[in-house]
Design a protein around this ligand. Structure first.
Ligand SMILES: *Cc1c(COP(=O)(O)O)cnc(C)c1O
Ligand code: SF4
Length: 341
């Protein structure tokens, strides 16, 4: 009996990793699954080694079968357009290479530091500003955490650690537990934040152990999810997030404004309302970072401002995310100034 119980537990624990291992890795397989004939999508890039298609099945299951314009599909489907060089779009639009003082650390915001806890993600989003980031040079092994944590310990102005990546929840729970304990032991730290999209694409990633780790940290914990469309809010995600809320984790969301995905008042207001039903506050609405390969998602600043005004007029203030963009070298996200328009 005990043996059966133990193996049952470990299967459950490894569930999310199995789901990740079985993720779609070819456009052909994903389109087959969605019942889409390849000739309806002549723009699809079938081979793209630098930043290949990667879509876990739970996320694919939220897409509408047979719809080539599905807003979830558009976020992950590699298109030929990505290969066009477009002026103004570059491989490191935020010039993070210059804010990378130590392996695995990005220190560009005052008082808070990004710790690149894992390289890679569970989904490859085509608009991602880190699609060309040198993760290979920033892979932080467990032994190297100490060095990154020493950097944090030595700068007493840092009061918040942001676990970032890639996606920090790619770390297994035991590793995450160790990292959180190491952060707990740095006296000046007050807050721990996790930026992740993993629960959106694999809700099973929110294990009971993850909730316990965050619950027992002495730091005030928050999680910033990256959700761009209300259809990404599945019942499975709802139950995962309830566990985190019960563990005292504050949930926030940041979205990117993406052409043909969410550049529409009704889509954005439905997103805000659904987020709130899930216990998540809309935090940031980002203009696209001008990374090469993502130009087909860009909308103009004027359109973004118009959408934001509509949101302000149509929703209670707490459901309106801040409209921002990243400007290389600035120590904060830059609010888009509505008065200037
Ligand atoms: C903006 C951003 C941060 C810092 O956010 P603040 O809330 O402004 O401190 C951290 N990580 C990622 C991925 C971000 O986009
Ligand atoms: S999950 Fe986030 S970091 Fe990873 S590819 Fe998507 S947008 Fe980029």
């Amino acid at each position: 009996m005990p043996i059966i119980t133990r193996s049952a537990v470990s299967v459950e624990r490894d569930d999310w990793r199995q789901i990740l291992a079985q993720a779609f890795r070819s456009a052909g397989d994903l389109l087959d699954y969605l019942g889409l004939a390849a000739d309806r999508l002549p723009q699809v890039l079938t081979e793209f080694r630098d930043f290949p298609l990667l879509v876990p099945q739970p996320y694919a299951s939220l897409m509408e079968p047979g719809n080539p314009a599905d807003p979830l599909l558009l976020q992950v489907l590699p298109l030929r357009d990505e290969l066009l060089p477009v002026p103004g779009f570059s491989s490191d639009p935020l010039e993070e290479a210059g804010a990378n003082p130590d392996r695995g650390i990005i220190h560009k915001y005052h008082g808070r530091v990004l710790l690149l806890a894992a390289s890679g993600c569970a989904v490859n989003c085509r608009y991602c500003f880190r699609r060309h980031f040198p993760y290979a040079d920033n892979r932080v092994s467990r032994a190297q955490w100490q060095q990154a944590l020493d950097y944090i310990r030595n700068d007493t102005s840092i009061t918040e650690v942001i676990l970032s990546g890639g996606d920090p929840l790619l770390l297994q729970d035991d590793a995450l537990q160790e990292l959180v304990s190491l952060c707990d032991a740095i006296p000046q730290l007050k807050r721990l934040r996790i930026h992740t999209r993993l629960p959106v694409v694999i809700p099973q990633r929110v294990t009971p152990q993850l909730a316990q780790i965050l619950k027992h940290s002495r730091l005030t914990t928050s999680m910033v999810l990256h959700i761009n469309h209300a259809r990404e809010l599945s019942p499975a995600l709802h139950s995962s997030l309830s566990t985190l809320r019960e563990a005292g984790v504050t949930l926030l969301n940041q979205s990117v404004l993406l052409k043909n995905v969410n550049n529409d008042f009704r889509v954005l207001s439905e997103l805000s309302e659904s987020l709130f039903e899930f216990g998540i506050l809309p935090y940031y609405l980002h203009l696209l970072d001008r990374v090469s390969g993502a130009h087909h998602f860009e909308i103009s600043e004027a359109e973004a401002v118009k959408l934001h005004r509509e949101l302000l007029a149509g929703l209670p203030g707490y459901l309106v995310p801040r409209l921002v963009r990243e400007i290389a070298g600035l120590p904060n996200k830059a609010p888009i100034n509505l008065d200037r328009q």
